[in-house]
Design a protein around this ligand. Structure first.
Ligand code: GTP
Ligand code: MG
Length: 273
């Protein structure tokens, strides 16, 4: 009985984000940490196909169900012997493959009622050194905007009382090891401001279209239709979808100065389990 509770066999996480963010590098690192014996090739290249891997949570990372356990708890030893496993789907971030792969997989997984494919969370990875470029910022924010819109539609179709079942998003602010990297706080500000711009121009487009009376019912604005500027807080408040921005680095895992490597992302994943 305890074992069944301790290791949910089918907790799925979807890894999204633009090309070059470090998604495959992250997936490879998680795999290597899960089975240190099998040394996989560490070199990555632009992905063209999604892959699904099963990895395990380090035993000392707490989960939502065991966060109150003490260090002397015997279940800690049990966890070391029998780590909690979860699945990560790495997707290609290239602009031309996003809609057909990342976004449509998100749509399918978000709608699925099947426990086997139930989506626990979305990890949206960004290259925080590349985000200083205007084109990269726009591209990244557009992708994130589309992801959040899928989750908003799902939330609005479900019963409004079940807020806890909304799929949370982790914006993994990667490459904190680079000295040109933006700190997570300014990554958050930049993404919010850019999403606000995207949503305002979309809103304006919709208003123009409705004057032609060709308004598509399916079109929706992220957050609310008010003039209030967009923020992740607003989205959580209005829709119930939680977005958290957490810094880290795939390179230099465990190093305190690089946002503790991937540790804080694993902690976020643990809280979804
Ligand atoms: P697509 O498959 O095209 O969507 O890209 P991806 O998100 O899978 O990126 P990938 O994992 O291939 O990483 C792109 C490059 O970033 C590789 O050269 C990685 O080694 C590098 N990289 C990944 N994480 C880090 C990091 O934390 N720091 C630094 N400095 N480089 C990183
Ligand atoms: Mg890749």
């Amino acid at each position: 009985f305890f074992q069944a509770v301790a290791s949910p066999p089918s907790s799925n996480f979807l890894l999204l984000g633009p090309s070059g963010a470090g998604k495959t590098a992250f997936t490879t690192l998680l795999e290597a940490k899960s089975s240190p014996a099998s040394k996989k090739s560490q070199s990555t290249h632009t992905s063209q196909q999604s892959t699904l891997v099963t990895v395990s949570l380090p035993p000392d990372v707490p989960t939502a169900s065991n966060r109150y356990r003490s260090v002397n708890d015997p279940s800690l030893k049990e966890a070391a012997r029998n780590p909690i496993k979860y699945r990560v789907r790495d997707t290609p971030g290239h602009g031309k493959l996003r809609v057909s792969q990342g976004l449509s997989e998100l749509q399918a997984m978000a709608q699925s009622k099947d426990i086997k494919t139930r989506l626990r969370g979305v990890v949206f990875m960004v290259d925080t050194a590349a985000l200083v470029g205007e084109a990269t910022l726009r591209d990244t924010a557009t992708y994130l905007h589309d992801v959040l819109l899928v989750l908003q539609k799902r939330a609005k179709n479900g019963s409004s009382s079940k807020r806890t079942s909304e799929i949370p998003v982790l914006v993994a602010a990667n490459k904190q090891d680079l000295f040109t990297a933006l700190p997570p706080g300014s990554v958050k500000e930049k993404l919010e401001a850019e999403i606000d711009r995207i949503r305002k121009s979309k809103n304006k487009g919709l208003l123009d279209a409705s004057a032609d009376s060709t308004l598509d019912d399916d079109e929706e604005i992220l957050g609310n239709d008010d003039l209030e500027s967009f923020s992740f807080k607003l989205l959580e408040h209005e829709v119930g979808v939680k977005v958290e921005v957490v810094g880290g680095a795939v390179k230099g895992d465990q190093q305190e100065e690089y946002g503790s490597g991937v540790r804080r992302w694993e902690e976020w994943i643990g809280m979804c389990l």
